[in-house]
Write a protein that binds this ligand. Structure first.
Ligand SMILES: [Zn+2]
Length: 107
């Protein structure tokens, strides 16, 4: 791997910056093994640390893996919190198409 790695194009920013609607950003990545896609869901799970103290561990999922794991997660009683921002993925896709209505989808 060289110093010049491929990067996803930066999202197109509106001139008037809207207040942050979503908690998760492009810095948040899916925790599933060998995935690393942008996370769109964060699940807090009641668990215990090494000292046996109750803590809330957080798992991040990309849209694909969250959709895959959502039924199993929903059945767990140890869920502390769920942040589901998959609609951001739809919004960004619509915004991208809107910004480039005659594009080929690969702008
Ligand atoms: Zn993933």
């Amino acid at each position: 791997m060289t110093a010049t790695t491929m990067q996803a194009p930066a999202p197109i920013e509106a001139t008037a910056a809207p207040e942050p609607k979503y908690k998760l950003s492009a810095h948040d990545r899916c925790d599933r093994k060998a995935c690393g896609a942008r996370a769109y869901a964060q699940v807090g799970i009641h668990t215990f640390n090494k000292a046996g103290e109750p803590i809330v561990g957080e798992l991040l999922y990309c849209a694909h893996h969250y959709s895959q794991h959502e039924p199993a997660l929903a059945a767990r009683s140890s869920i502390a919190s769920v942040v589901d921002e998959r609609e951001a993925l739809v919004e960004s896709e619509l915004a991208r198409k809107g910004a480039n209505p005659n594009g080929n989808g690969f702008s």
